[in-house]
Every structure is written in C-alpha cells, then in structure tokens.
Ligand binder design. Structure first.
Ligand code: DGT
Ligand code: CA
Ligand code: CA
Ligand code: ZN
Length: 531
C-alpha cells in the first residue's frame, strides 16, 4: 500500500521497514561514517548546498564551519569553480547570520518543552514535596526567542537532602534528555534532544521569591535593582533581600515583597529589561499593561477557501469558544497563487458565505475581510470596488522582498494611503530565526499611518511576532494604533494570541493602544474609517 504513495519506491520501503524493525537505517549509519557530522551543520548555512560543500571538501579537505569561514576570509572560496568574490561575501554574511540565531529557539518551542518537563516532575511519587514549578529567564519575560530554559522548583521536598536527591534522580529520567551538563546540590543542567539546554534549580520556599526574581532577570534589570538595594542598605541575591549591616533577611518568599521593600511597585516580568521600568516603579508611573481579557476579537484568519485548514463555521465556533465578541475571516488574494488566493469574483462570493455563516451562528460578529497582497508597485491585488465591500482590509507584503529600501518604502506608503486599507499585516515581514525584515523606512510608514489612521498589526505567530517590541513603542510614539492578531490557519492557532499579548506588554502597551479591545461597533468604525 505504501508503494502507492508518490516518491516511495522499493528502496525507500526497505529502509522504512528496517527503521521500524531495528530503529535505524544501515545506509544512514554508513553515510554518517563516510561523511563528517560537521558537514550537516554546514548544510544549515544559507546558500551552502551539498554541491558546494563537496567542492570545498575536495579542494581543501575542509568540512566544518570554522574552516569554511577561514577559507572565505582568506579569499580562497572565490578561487573555486563557478565561485566569485560575491559568493564569498554572501557566504560570510550567511555564516554570521547563522551564528546569531544558532542555539536560540522560538517561544512556543521553549514553552512546550517547559510544559513537558513540568508534567514529568508532577508525575513523580515524591511530587507532594513540590509546591510550585515555574519557568523563569527569558521565557517568563516573553522574549521573542529563548536561549536556554530556566526552571525553578520549590517546596518542602527541595530542602531536605534525601527527598531532593530523589527529585533530581527522577528529573534526569526526563524523556528526551540526552546529556547531563552539570549537576550540583540543588541544580541540574541538561541538554534536550531538540538542542535546548535546560537549567533546573530546586529551592526552599523561603527563598523562592528571591530566586524567581534573580533568575527571571534580565541581567541588566538585576544589576540596577541590586544597586538600588545597596543604596538603601540592603543586599539582594538569589536567596533573599537582607540588611547590609547584619545580613538579616527582610524579604525572599515572594517577588512582591522584595519589590515592595525596595520602594517599588511590582514590575511585571515583561518589563524587566532595564528600560526605565525601575524608575517608573519608584515614581508609581508604570503603565497599566494590556491584559489577555482586554482582547475582544481576533481579525486575521484563513479558511479552507485559501490556505487555512478549517471552514468559516469552524473558525467562528473556535473564536466564540474563546469568548470573543467578534472576529474576521481574512483569506488571501490571488497574487498568492500557491495559497489559492481569491480573485475579485471569489472574494465577493466569499463575503456572501461569511454573511451567511454569521447569520447561522448568531452569537458572534464575523467581519468579512481580506488579507490582500501589496503588489510590487504598492497597488493592492484586488479591485477597489471589491475592497470597498470588505469590513476589514489587511494589506500585506508576500512577494518581492528584496526591493531597494526606497522602493519598498514607497510601496508601503502607497498601500497605507489606499483609502480601503484598515491595517498593514505583519509589517516588517521578518521570520524569527529564518528571515530578516525587508528593508524600508518604518518611521516614514508610521508617520503616514498616523495621518491616514491605518493601524499596524502585531502578528502573534511565534515565528513572526511582527512588529517587535521596539517597533511597537515607535508606533505608539507616532500615535499609531495596533491590532493584535493570530493569522490563524487552523482553529488550534487562535490561542497563540497570548504570544502577541506578551509582546505588546513588553512594549509597554495598554488597552488604549490596541484597537481590538474596543467594543464591536467602535472597532468596526475604526477599521472602515480610522480610529
Ligand atoms: P536567554 O537564556 O539567553 O534567552 O536569556 P536569559 O535572560 O534567560 O538568560 P540566562 O539563562 O543566562 O540567565 C537567566 C537569568 O538569570 C538571567 O535573566 C538573569 C539571571 N542572572 C543574574 N545574574 C546572573 C549571572 O551572573 N549569570 C547568569 N547566567 N545568570 C544571571
Ligand atoms: Ca535562559
Ligand atoms: Ca540559564
Ligand atoms: Zn500574511
């Protein structure tokens, strides 16, 4: 039966059978013996394929990252057949990009691993000795990507030697753990098979708040906080806040009491980047950050009509299940051919289907929308007469990413100036750990957006998180409003909105900065006529 699948022949079938029977494939093992494993890492470099790697190997017997980089710096790559100075420069840039992102992981990857580990720890017979298991570090702060995972475990079972040893013994039986990197009295660092390092610390409840504060970071935030403590006659470390004079602990059980003792309002983890949050907490001027419950609707999602996996009705049921008051169906336009994007005609028919679904379901407002491509020249991919009929028009760049900065800026300015545009989708086009933003003048685009009252999207998808925190703050400075969306292609994607909410909080955004916190009528008006 398997042979009926295209691309699977007798050879592949034999390999699959071996894989299921013995757990490995002989050919694979043989190839791994013949070629160096470091060649596999080279394949991850943009623009380095098997052919070039083998070319480099036969000319110089070099097959690792450092070696190839050295060759490129010495001008030896350009001497290879069909290579030139340009290739060489590109290769160096690609290696630099790879180094920057290697060893970092998307937020959802880190979160899934954290959840699995928590589940594992909760399943031990000694788990009654555990009160809390809490992610700290960059994951807790909601950074866009995570380097290593920091997990704190607290409870009576973490104090006493014997029970702690039992917990650690159970911990290192975590499925997927491939190597214990370091193991101390109350700390274990290990590597998971997905490449991520995990640091786990077991702590007494008395110092849990101090440890959580310390290991949540950021380092810069902690440095400033410790300086403040010293000025006030305290020392602050991962065990407690204590008096300088006689080292008497004055706080440690909770973060709240530590911040309070330092004369500060509680600082949410998302703000702890030493960007003015400590000063604001001291003067009681921290912003009232956006909360998940403020969000009333999600207005960027796709259906089976283009490249989504669910129907209008299924998406609507899921949105209603989340308690939303409104949502929008925003399928692709025809320029995105591989996604089966809509023509004018299909877009009009789709509006009718959306209206019908809304009527049938009754309990949630379903806006008829479109995610229309911004074409290379800045015009939109569908006729004005069709766009006018839409409740929401998201204009997005999905092609010609390599335009010159000036051309790309003009292209976006033209899209912003289009009277039908409600918001710009994933405005910089970056893909985290994969693709840089396209080059354009964001300042100019935000200025125009403020003038035309066109909103900017904060796309919550964990590999986009576009706009970034810095860009969101810039948008706010320009007086541009934000819409936080998921860009869901499946009902299960709707919950990813929380990554967007975290990102908005990291940018100090409040409810007033985000349009989809508005009641339905006001939101509808904002999409059609600006806020
Ligand atoms: P990451 O892992 O690169 O995504 O970023 P973080 O912020 O999770 O950094 P990490 O894992 O090196 O450290 C976790 C937290 O521990 C960090 O945010 C602040 C705190 N910390 C405070 N002082 C130190 C220190 O001297 N060394 C380390 N490694 N961490 C410290
Ligand atoms: Ca970390
Ligand atoms: Ca760490
Ligand atoms: Zn898109």
């Amino acid at each position: 039966k398997i042979l009926a699948i295209q691309g699977i022949g007798r050879g592949m079938l034999a390999n699959l059978q071996m894989l299921f029977k013995d757990g490995h494939i002989e050919t694979h093992a043989e190839l791994l013996r013949k070629y160096r494993p470091s060649m596999l890492e080279l394949l991850k470099i943009q623009g380095l394929g098997p052919k070039t790697i083998s070319l480099i190997w036969s000319a110089y017997q070099v097959c690792d990252l450092e070696g190839v980089e050295k060759l490129a710096r010495e001008g030896k790559i350009r001497e290879l057949p069909r290579m030139g100075e340009k290739h060489e420069a590109k290769l160096l840039k690609a290696i630099e990009d790879y180094r920057r992102i290697a060893g970092r992981f998307l937020l959802d990857t880190a979160e899934v691993l954290a959840e699995k580990l928590i589940e594992h720890l909760r399943s031990t017979p000694f788990c009654e000795g555990i009160d809390k298991i809490t992610p700290a570090g960059s994951l807790r702060r909601g950074r866009e990507t995570v380097g290593d995972l920091d997990i704190l475990v607290t409870g009576p079972g973490c104090i006493e030697d014997e029970s702690r040893q039992k917990l650690i013994a159970h911990l290192i039986r975590f499925p997927g753990l491939i190597e214990v990197i370091a193991q101390g009295e109350n700390k274990v660092s290990f590597r998971h098979r997905n490449g991520m390092q995990v640091d786990v610390r077991l702590l007494s409840p008395d110092s849990f708040g101090a440890a959580l504060q310390y290991f949540t970071g950021s380092k810069a935030h902690n440095v400033t906080l410790r300086q403040r403590a010293l000025k006030m006659g305290f020392t602050l470390n991962e065990y407690s806040l204590a008096t300088l004079e006689d080292n008497k602990p004055v706080a440690g059980k909770t973060e709240e009491e530590i911040y309070a003792k330092l004369g500060l309002d509680f600082i949410p983890p998302e703000l702890r980047e030493n960007c003015g949050e400590i000063e604001a907490a001291a003067s009681h001027t921290l912003p009232e950050l956006l909360e998940p419950t403020d969000i009333r609707g999600d207005v960027h999602m796709h259906t089976v009509e283009t490249d989504g996996r669910n129907t209008i009705e299924e998406m609507a049921e899921a949105a209603r299940g989340r308690g939303y008051e409104y949502m929008a169906i925003t399928d692709h336009s025809k320029n995105l051919a591989f996604a089966n994007g809509l023509t004018d005609e299909r877009a009009l028919a789709h509006i009718e289907r959306i209206r019908a679904a809304e009527k049938n379901l009754g309990s949630i407002r379903i806006f008829a929308g479109i995610e229309v491509d911004i074409l290379g020249d800045g015009s939109l991919d569908l006729s004005d007469s069709v766009l006018e009929r839409m409740d929401i028009v998201i204009a997005s760049v999905h092609s010609h990413f390599n335009q010159e900065r000036a051309a790309m800026t003009d292209r976006l300015l033209k899209a912003v100036a289009n009277p039908n545009t409600s918001l710009i989708g994933h405005p910089t086009g970056r893909l985290l750990l994969r693709r840089d933003a396209y080059q354009f003048d964001l300042d100019a685009v935000l200025k125009a957006a403020a003038k035309h009252k066109v909103a900017m999207e904060l796309n919550s998808y964990p590999d986009r998180l576009d706009l970034s925190d810095v860009h969101l703050r810039l948008a706010k400075q320009h007086g541009v409003k934000i819409v936080i969306n998921t860009d869901s292609h499946h009902t299960s994607h709707l919950e990813k909105i929380r990554y967007g909410i975290k990102q908005a909080r990291r940018a100090w955004l409040t409810k007033a900065d985000v349009l989809n916190t508005l009641p339905v009528a006001e939101f509808a008006r904002a999409m059609k006529h600006g806020w």
